[in-house]
Each structure stands twice: as structure tokens, then as C-alpha cells.
Design a protein around this ligand. Structure first.
Ligand SMILES: Nc1ncnc2c1ncn2[C@@H]1O[C@H](COP(=O)(O)OP(=O)(O)OP(=O)(O)O)[C@@H](O)[C@H]1O
Ligand SMILES: [Mg+2]
Length: 511
């Protein structure tokens, strides 16, 4: 009786596994021999710093990339995944961190691209449309299947990406940062969908830098650090601090408001109105806001409160129908986006993939792109100056890269986002606006970026940033304003509470 070998009691519950998986890109060892288990009908969450190797591991488990070494075990058997289609046939599907939709195609066509439903007379568009509508209902999203993806806001595009993965009916679903652009209520719906999928036996791998949010659905937590699995535990044995300490080695706080002497008014917004992109009503409705040199202001609000429109209008990306925007007392109405950057007013946009980076250029060129004028005298570029500023910037915003010559596409998602922040800081602005700057960047990098902004504020930089994480309001900001339906609904100083901020936004406190 005793000759039965002892097995891990959990082993039969492991549906998909990586064994000693290594992946190198030239000299970069993204994964160094990782073991990873996906548990049947449960949520396995993968935590780790930017560049730790999370997306790479997931790409290997979903047939996007091949491992340099190691094995993939599916239902106890070694398998090779030759392509994403091959992985899909085996029941594995991935929702990518960087959205992979075709912007000029409809929602319906994006969902069924490559998997068209065929009827007797060719593609059955009516059936595809019906299924798209059903998916949108399941996700409680009011999106017309025939809208073009480029006309949707970022969060809605992310919903389409999720819907496409759901339509595959996979039994293993990998979600790489699925909520980075979603509103609180959209996240709630997604989590409901995750619970339903679990109840149907679907296994889920979940990746997010929103640690608190991720913990609420985690059954098993795995931490990846520098290409190695460094910690593993079931939900019952861990808390937030366990994750942070295993991710970065220490517990971080996001700083406190720097002591500065406020200077002259830097940005003065008066009675500003910006039309809503739907054409109905106003996204920003008669808003007044003054920020002085050295001051850090945080805008909190739900998705759709008008935060992005306010910032994009100030940056010259959207037109206002009323009111004025002044930079150091000068009206900026006649200035283009580039002229505003030259004048010292810059924006780090929300959709950094689309608006912030040139994918065909190197890390260094992306960093210096917006400030090239500073290194150029006539026809000549001062390369020594440029190189120094690029090197400083890579260090300041903690970009993990092979060097300035690396292609931007070789950086992990979070590190690409840091490049966009660095690129705008290099222009040496006097007012910097950042739309959800911490989205997708790890907690250590978040602390670094906030520290950097606080340092610059001491030198007179005016900072305006938005966030949907209430803990980030109570960090470096001297003043917290809450936006609701295009107006400021409340203003707080840094000694306020999370509860007060959330109540002013119209949000109820979630446990
Ligand atoms: N195609 C590539 N070419 C070269 N290096 C790459 C490539 N893809 C990834 N890397 C490198 O592999 C490492 C791991 O990247 P990966 O995208 O897996 O990180 P991640 O954990 O998903 O990070 P994030 O939280 O920022 O999304 C990084 O150092 C990255 O620069
Ligand atoms: Mg990633």
C-alpha cells in the first residue's frame, strides 16, 4: 500500500504549468527558469515589478512566444504551442496588456477577426452582431457592435478586448492588466464575470499593478522577480504587505506633500467649458482652477467625470466652447500643442500607447523627441547634451532597459509608460499635467515618480495629476480636488480622509 508515490495533493488541480521556463532576448534574460501553476477553476494572480517577466511568461503560455528553455504542461502532458491559434484550439486565450485591436474596424469585426462565423452565403454578420450585443450586455456596456473601435474611449476599447477573449470560450483565460483603463463600476462588472467563469470551471491568470483590487479576486498569488518565481502562497496566507515586500523587497509609501513656498500663479483656468465627445452636454462645465508654481494638485473622480477632457483641453488637444486658460498670465488660446509645450505647459496623456510613443524609434529618441529643439542650434544637434539628458532621464524615471539604443517595443508595458513621463519632464516644463500617471507602473516606480515630481515642485514646477486610486490622492498633493460631472464637487487639503474624498466623487466606499 505504501508504495504509491507521494504526490502533491493539489497536482490534479493544476491545469496548466510552466516548468523551468527560460526566455532570453539577446543578452536580456527575461525569464530564468520559472515554475508556475495555473489552478483549475481558480484565479492565480501574478505580481511583480515592471520588467519582472510577467507578460513574457504569459505570452509563452498562450502561444505568442516560444520559450528558450523549459516545458509547458497542459492537463499533465507536455505540449508545444505553435501559435496563438494553436493555443486557442487547446483552450487557452489571452487578453493583452497592450490592446491589439484594429482601430478602424468595427467592434463586431474586431471580436470575430480570424474566427468569422460562416453561414450558407458567406460570413454571417447578423449572427456575429447578435453575439457581440450579447457580450456587451454581459459586460453591462452600452457599446454598439457597429461602432468603430477608434471612436470608443480607452476603457471601452479594453472592454472590447475582454469581450473578444470571452467569445472564444476558453477554459484557461489569461488577463494581462485587464483593468488599467476601466472605471470602478466596469471593474466591478469584470469581477462578476470572473466569478461566473470560475463557477463554470474556467481557470484564470490575472496580472495587475492595482494590488488592492487584484487581492479581492485572488485565490493563489505568485510573485515574479527578475525572471524568477520568488514567492507563492494561497490567498488565506497573504496580505498587501506580503505582496509589496516580495515584489520590491521593502514596503513603500508614496510620500507626502513637499514643503514649498508657493510662487506666482502658473496655470489659471477660468469658467472653462469643453463639449462632451458624444456631442451631448458638457464634459467640463464652467470650471475654475488656479495652480501656483511649486504646487501639486491631484484631481480625483470617476471615469467620465471630465478629468481627461480638462487636461486635454489645457494641452491644446481639445477645443473649449467657453472660458479661458492662462499660463503665467498669458492666454494660451491661440497656441498649438507644440507651442504650449515650448511655453512650458505639457501633458502626459492617458493613452500612452497611442499618443505618447513612436513605436519605430529607440528608447533614447522617444525620450528626446519632444525637446529636440533644446539640443539643436541651427542645423546641428548637440549629441553630448542629448545623450546626457537621455541618460539622466532613464535614471530619474527608473526605466528598465538595455540602454538608450534599445527599441521602445522591447520594454515592458510599465517601462514604456515611464518613458512617456520622462519625455515630458525632459522638456523642462513649468506646468506638468499627468493623466493617471501611475497606471500600469509598479509600486516602487510609482514612489520614484512621485518623489521626482515632489523634487521638481520644490524647484517651482506646478504639478496637476489625476488618479482613480484614492491612496494616491493622499500622497504628494498639497490640494485634492474632486471632479463630478464636469464640475469641482469638493476641495481638500492633504489632511483629509479617503472616505471624504470618495463620498465627494459620488462613489460608495468598497470594502
Ligand atoms: N521583444 C523583446 N525584446 C527584447 N527584450 C524584451 C522583449 N520583450 C520583453 N523584453 C524584456 O524582458 C523583460 C521582461 O518584460 P515583460 O514585458 O515580461 O515584463 P512585465 O513583468 O510584464 O512588466 P510590466 O509590469 O511593466 O508589464 C524586460 O526587461 C523587457 O525589456
Ligand atoms: Mg507586462
Amino acid at each position: 500500500m505504501n508504495d504509491i508515490p507521494q504526490t502533491n495533493p493539489d497536482a490534479s488541480e493544476v491545469v496548466l504549468a510552466a516548468r523551468h521556463v527560460a526566455k532570453s532576448f539577446g543578452a536580456v534574460h527575461a525569464l530564468k527558469g520559472v515554475n508556475f501553476d495555473v489552478h483549475r477553476g481558480q484565479v492565480t494572480t501574478l505580481f511583480g515589478e515592471n520588467g519582472a517577466g510577467k507578460s513574457t511568461l504569459m505570452k509563452i503560455l498562450s502561444g505568442v512566444q516560444k520559450p528558450t528553455k523549459g516545458e509547458i504542461i497542459l492537463d499533465g502532458q507536455p505540449v508545444e504551442l505553435h501559435s496563438t491559434m494553436d493555443a486557442q484550439h487547446k483552450g487557452i486565450c489571452i487578453i493583452h496588456q497592450e490592446l491589439s485591436l484594429a482601430p478602424n474596424m468595427t467592434v463586431r469585426d474586431n471580436i470575430f477577426m480570424g474566427r468569422e462565423i460562416m453561414g450558407p452565403f458567406g460570413v454571417d454578420y447578423a449572427e456575429e452582431e447578435r453575439q457581440t450585443r450579447a457580450l456587451m450586455e454581459e459586460l453591462e456596456e452600452d457599446i454598439d457592435p457597429l461602432s468603430k473601435v477608434e471612436d470608443l474611449r480607452l476603457g471601452q476599447q479594453q472592454i472590447v478586448e475582454i469581450a473578444r477573449a470571452l467569445s472564444v470560450d476558453a477554459r484557461i483565460l489569461i488577463m494581462d492588466e485587464p483593468t488599467s483603463a476601466l472605471s470602478a463600476s466596469e471593474v466591478e462588472v469584470l469581477f462578476k464575470v470572473i466569478h461566473d467563469l470560475k463557477a463554470r470551471g474556467v481557470s484564470i491568470v490575472y496580472i495587475s499593478h492595482h494590488l488592492e483590487e487584484a487581492l479581492t479576486i485572488t485565490d493563489h498569488a505568485v510573485v515574479l522577480r527578475d525572471g524568477n518565481m520568488t514567492a507563492y502562497a494561497p490567498r488565506s496566507e497573504i496580505d498587501l504587505e506580503w505582496i509589496v515586500v516580495n515584489m520590491v523587497g521593502e514596503n513603500f509609501d508614496l510620500g507626502s506633500p513637499p514643503e514649498v513656498t508657493f510662487g506666482a500663479p502658473a496655470l489659471s483656468i477660468e469658467n472653462l467649458s469643453v463639449p462632451s465627445h458624444t456631442g451631448v452636454g458638457l464634459a467640463v462645465d464652467g470650471l475654475d482652477l488656479d495652480i501656483t508654481a511649486g504646487e501639486i494638485v491631484c484631481i480625483y473622480g470617476l471615469m467620465g467625470a471630465g478629468r481627461t477632457e480638462l487636461l486635454e483641453c489645457a494641452a491644446g488637444r481639445l477645443k473649449n466652447t467657453g472660458g479661458s486658460i492662462k499660463l503665467h498670465g498669458e492666454n494660451v488660446a491661440g497656441l498649438t500643442i507644440a507651442e504650449r509645450i515650448n511655453a512650458g505647459l505639457v501633458l502626459v496623456p492617458e493613452d500612452r500607447q497611442r499618443d505618447g510613443l513612436v513605436q519605430t524609434m529607440t528608447v533614447g529618441k522617444n525620450l528626446s523627441l519632444a525637446s529636440i529643439g533644446n539640443f539643436t542650434r541651427g542645423l546641428f544637434t548637440n549629441h553630448a547634451d542629448e545623450d546626457k539628458i537621455i541618460a539622466d532621464s532613464i535614471r530619474d524615471v527608473t526605466v528598465k532597459t538595455d540602454g538608450p539604443g534599445a527599441p521602445i517595443g522591447s520594454l515592458s508595458g510599465g517601462n514604456q509608460q515611464k518613458v512617456v513621463i520622462g519625455k515630458m519632464l525632459v522638456t523642462d516644463p513649468s506646468v506638468i499635467m499627468l493623466d493617471e500617471p501611475s497606471r500600469g507602473i509598479d509600486i516602487g516606480a510609482k514612489a520614484e515618480v512621485f518623489k521626482l515630481l515632489a523634487e521638481r515642485a520644490k524647484q517651482g514646477l506646478a504639478v496637476l495629476y489625476t488618479t482613480s486610486e484614492v491612496t494616491e490622492c493622499l500622497s504628494i498633493a498639497h490640494r485634492i480636488i474632486v471632479m463630478r460631472r464636469g464640475k469641482i464637487s469638493a476641495t481638500f487639503t492633504s489632511d483629509t480622509t479617503k472616505e471624504a474624498i470618495m463620498a465627494a466623487s459620488g462613489e460608495s466606499m468598497v470594502a
